[in-house]
Structure formats: C-alpha cells, structure tokens
Design a protein around this ligand. Structure first.
Ligand SMILES: Cc1cc2nc3c(=O)[nH]c(=O)nc-3n(C[C@H](O)[C@H](O)[C@H](O)COP(=O)(O)O)c2cc1C
Length: 181
C-alpha cells in the first residue's frame, strides 16, 4: 500500500497553492487525504481538491450521517506526514495552544506523524508578537516551518508572509519522508 499523507488547507488567499501541492504529492505516488477548514471552503472547493487527490475530501468534524464517527482519529491512524499549507495565523495560534474546535485542529492534536506548516499571511500578521510566540512554541515541539517567503502579498504590499512555493515545500516534505531532513 502507498504511504498516506494528510494535507490541510486553511483559509488564506494562498489556498489554491495548497491544491497545487496536493497535485505534486500525488504525482510523487502518495495517497493524499485533503482536509479543508470550513473557512477554506470560501477560497477553494472540496470538489476541486478531490479532483486533484482522487480521494474524498474532509472538512466537517461532525456529519449528519457519519460513515465514520471519529474522522479526526481515523484520518491520523497510520499517516506518514501532516502538512498544513497554507497555514493561517489563526490555525497556528489554535494549534500552538491546544485548541481543537474543528476537524483540522483536532487532527493536529491526534496526529503522531511529523508535521510541516507553510504559513501564509500579511507581513504585519506574521510579525505580530502573538504569531511569533505561537510559531516559537510549535517549533520547540518539533513542528517544521516551510517559509514564509518574502515578496508580493495578496493585500498588494511587499514583505515576509508569502506562502513558500509548492515545489519547495514538496522538497522539504520528501526529505522528511526519507528521513534526510
Ligand atoms: C480575502 C481574505 C484573505 C485572507 N488571507 C489570509 C491569509 O493569507 N493568512 C491568514 O492568516 N489569514 C487570512 N485571512 C483571515 C482568515 O481567513 C481568518 O483568520 C479565518 O478565521 C481563518 O480560518 P481557518 O484558520 O479556520 O482556516 C484572510 C481573510 C480574507 C477575508
């Protein structure tokens, strides 16, 4: 059986780049289970992500007719890597503080595989001491941060906070998966 990766996408202007990363991971031969935060559904669709992964896409912790009543646990069982790209300031803050109030934050708490986060946000949000402290907390717990890069931001300004290029994130993920990072 192929290795399975969890790819979370949160509600950033760079959400479409998360879909591109899913495509790259699948081309490398990985099974990719896509998870969209509820707010990410305002930026990309579950159908779009499912077309790229070829698998069901998840976003709800609770469903009306649960085929699986505990998706946050079953998704994390046996996965090789959890990637969250893009990762919003909100997601970073919640996970740094143990908050698990939706599927993707609950997956983070239940997960035992290595984690890569690719932050994406306005440069002032990235520089905010609250975000900085949250990133430090997660780094100290072994979370790998891919980026952010500097450059043009969705708000029209330049600065640090741009999501790293999906090809570069892929390269970091492949090194982690092969134990060479
Ligand atoms: C158009 C638009 C673009 C946004 N882009 C970002 C972003 O790039 N990074 C970020 O941290 N928040 C961004 N936000 C704010 C998040 O969407 C907001 O904090 C949301 O609650 C995050 O939800 P999630 O972390 O559950 O996905 C944006 C909001 C809007 C309206």
């Amino acid at each position: 059986m192929n290795e399975r990766i969890l790819l979370g996408i949160t509600a950033s202007a760079a959400a479409f780049k998360g879909v591109a990363l899913a495509s790259l991971l699948r081309k490398e031969g990985y099974e990719v289970d896509g998870i969209l935060s509820m707010n990410a559904l305002r930026f990309v669709s579950d159908t779009q992500l499912a077309c790229v992964t070829g698998r069901p896409v998840f976003s709800s912790l609770f469903t009306d007719q649960p085929g699986d009543p505990v998706p946050h646990i079953s998704l994390t069982d046996g996965c090789s890597l959890l990637i969250v790209a893009p990762a919003t300031a909100d997601y970073i803050a919640k996970t740094a503080n143990g908050i698990a109030d939706d599927l993707l934050t609950s997956v983070f708490l239940a997960n035992e595989a290595p984690v890569v986060m690719a932050p994406s946000m306005n440069s002032r949000m990235w520089a905010n001491p609250a975000t900085d402290g949250n990133v430090s907390k997660l780094r100290n717990r072994g979370i790998t941060f891919a980026g952010p890069a500097s450059g043009h931001l969705a708000c029209g300004s330049m600065g640090e906070g741009r999501m790293m290029d999906p090809v570069e994130i892929l390269s970091i993920c492949l090194r982690i998966l092969s134990g060479k990072y």
